[in-house]
Ligand binder design. Structure first.
Ligand SMILES: Nc1ncnc2c1ncn2[C@@H]1O[C@H](COP(=O)(O)OP(=O)(O)O)[C@@H](O)[C@H]1O
Ligand SMILES: [Mg+2]
Length: 237
C-alpha cells in the first residue's frame, strides 16, 4: 500500500496505571485505506488494550496516533472517534426500542450535522436478515446476536472510515456471526470513502475470511503472524 495511512500509531504503549506492568509494548502499527487486518492471540494478551488504545479510548503511556498524517490533538478526539469506531464484544444497549438505540448517537454533539434515517437503518437490518419489525423490538427482548447486530447498525449508519472490531461474534450463534460478517463486508465494499478494518477474533477461520493481513498478540507484543498453512498447499505425495 502507498499514500498517507488512515491511521499511523507510532510507538504507542500502555501500562497498568496501578502496578506499572506493561500491557502493550511499544508498537508501530500502520493502517492504510483498503487494509483488512485480523489479530488473534491468547486471552489476556493485550488485544483489547491495543484496540482501545487505537480507538483513543484510553490514555497512551507513550507515542501518538496520527490520522491522515496528522497527530490527533485532544480537541480532535471526538471527530476521530466518529470516524474510527470501536465495536465491543458485549454491546452497550440502552432501554427502549432498537430504533431508540439507533437514534441515540444523533443526540450527541459530534453528530449534530446528521440525522437519523429510518429507511437506511431498515435496509441495514434487512442486510442482516432482520424483518421490518426489528427496529420496533424492545432492546430488552433482543438475543445476544440481535443486540450485537443492533450495535453494529448503530455504528454503520454513521459511515465510519475505520472499524475496530473487538471479538464482536465471540459469544454469538452462527447465524448472527454470519450476519455481522455480512454487514462488515457490505460496509467495506461501499467505496464512497476510504475504509479499513481491524478485527480481533478468537476464530482463525474468521480471521482468514475477514482479513488479508494477520497479526498476533502475545504478552503485549504485536507481531506479524506466520503465513497460515493451507491444506491445499501441502506438498504432493
Ligand atoms: N485498564 C486496565 N488496567 C489495568 N490492567 C488492564 C486494563 N485493561 C486490561 N488490563 C490487563 O491487561 C491484560 C490484557 O488484557 P486484554 O487486552 O483485555 O486481553 P485480551 O487479549 O483478552 O483482549 C490483562 O492482563 C488485563 O487484565
Ligand atoms: Mg479482549
Amino acid at each position: 500500500m502507498t499514500g498517507t495511512p488512515l491511521i499511523d500509531a507510532v510507538d504507542i504503549s500502555r501500562r497498568d496505571p496501578l502496578s506499572g506492568q506493561i500491557l502493550l509494548r511499544q508498537t508501530r502499527f500502520t493502517l492504510y485505506a483498503g487494509d483488512r487486518v485480523a489479530i488473534t492471540g491468547p486471552s489476556g494478551s493485550g488485544k483489547s488494550v491495543f484496540l482501545r488504545a487505537l480507538a483513543l479510548l484510553d490514555p497512551l503511556d507513550s507515542g501518538h496516533i496520527a490520522w491522515h498524517g496528522k497527530p490527533v490533538e485532544r480537541a480532535a478526539i471526538p471527530r476521530y472517534r466518529r470516524n474510527v469506531a470501536y465495536i465491543r464484544q458485549r454491546p452497550a444497549i440502552l432501554d427502549g426500542t432498537v430504533e431508540d438505540n439507533l437514534r441515540y448517537p444523533f443526540s450527541l454533539k459530534a453528530y449534530r450535522d446528521v440525522q437519523f434515517d429510518r429507511t437506511r437503518a431498515a435496509s441495514l437490518a434487512a442486510q442482516a436478515g432482520r424483518g421490518n419489525d426489528f427496529l420496533d423490538k424492545r432492546a430488552s427482548d433482543l438475543s445476544g446476536g440481535e443486540a450485537q447486530i443492533a450495535a453494529l447498525i448503530r455504528v454503520l449508519q454513521l459511515d465510519p472510515e475505520v472499524l475496530l472490531l473487538d471479538e464482536p461474534t465471540a459469544s454469538l450463534d452462527p447465524e448472527s456471526s454470519h450476519a455481522i460478517e455480512g454487514l462488515v463486508k457490505a460496509w467495506f465494499a461501499d467505496d464512497r470513502q476510504p475504509r479499513a478494518s481491524v478485527w480481533v477474533s478468537h476464530d482463525p477461520a474468521q480471521a482468514k475470511r475477514m482479513s488479508e493481513r494477520h497479526l498476533t498478540m502475545r504478552g503485549g507484543v504485536l507481531d506479524e503472524a506466520a503465513a497460515p498453512r493451507d491444506a491445499n498447499e501441502e506438498p504432493a505425495q
